[in-house]
Design a protein around this ligand. Sequence first.
Ligand code: ADE
Length: 390
Amino acid sequence: MRLDYLTIFPDYLAPLQLSLPGKAVASGLLDVHVHDLRRWTHDRHRTVDDTPYGGGAGMVLKPEPFGEAFDELLGEAGGGGEGVTVVVTTPSGEPFTQPLARELATRERLVFACGRYEGIDQRVLDHARTIAEVREISIGDYVLNGGEVAALAITEAVVRLLPGFMGNAASLVEESHEGGLLEHPVYTKPASWRGHAVPPVLLSGDHGAIARWRHDQAVRRTAERRPDLLHASAVTGEWVVERAVRADAAEILTLQLACWVREAVANDDLSIPPLHEDLATVAESLAEWDTYVVRVAGRLVGSVRGRLDGDVWDIGRLMVAPDQRGRGLGRLLLEHAQAVAPAGAASYRLFTGKGSADNLRMYKKAGFGVREVLDGPSGPAVLTKRITRR
Ligand code: ADE
């Protein structure tokens, strides 16, 4: 992965040469370039900022130095904007989260534009969007003096996800925010220290009991420290149903393709729409539908979505990874999709192929009835259920 940083304080980014990122640079996994934005100024004072139009306190970073920097780094000589994401660090950006780190880790190249003062002239971002993907990202609801520290934090979270970066990849799936929960407490030797004993279950050798204890601790900790994470999700045994975020789109698409091949076979119909969607369509649908996902060990293994049409709550794209079927996850997702229907909904509706026997069985068992079968190669069958509220 190639990383570029545009900053007026290049020294701030010296830590990139240290520790794990430093090693990754030495091993060739990362190609890091820190640029002084003043390189693209032409006046004696190497001016990068000016007063804001419309008045107000503070200074704004001028468009010209960024424009020339993008010309050089993202123009033809710089390899173009294909596969590049420009990350603009700003307190008014979208929140930086683990799913977003995972998404950025899939990019070939990241170009960080570090803000300072009151921010960067908006036209810099508008222009960059014509060349490459642009993400304005905040690392938290507080204001730093500039975007360099945020760029470092984002870099570290992204780079450690790159294949080959961490010595032990398993440690990536067992940590906080993977799976929607904070991590359970951890202990090492000695078994008793200054009168504090390690919880006996961890010494029991019973792996099932240890896994259950860790899960309980993770849920408890999350409830205490980050109830907002639990409100966004429903914790059910091993499964945590979370609201999907835009960064989940690629994994949802992959799961969708895997699931609808089976549907195509069951219905002898290759024209089923979910088999023909692309990443952009799935990403757009996340804005239009309330979409939920379930992860197991960090992997997205289930999803469902719902949307109100008049007083009908449409449920769709119920999917479970092939290796996770038969354990009740589909049922759980169906229950969840019903439970989140808004107050104005009077009935549920869903569609499935008329040849999808397993789906039809599950839906009927959940109280849905076939209302009609549409006239297509695979139907589909339209199933509905009246909502009864107690
Ligand atoms: N620049 C200043 N504050 C910031 C924040 N919270 N996140 C990202 N960039 C910033």
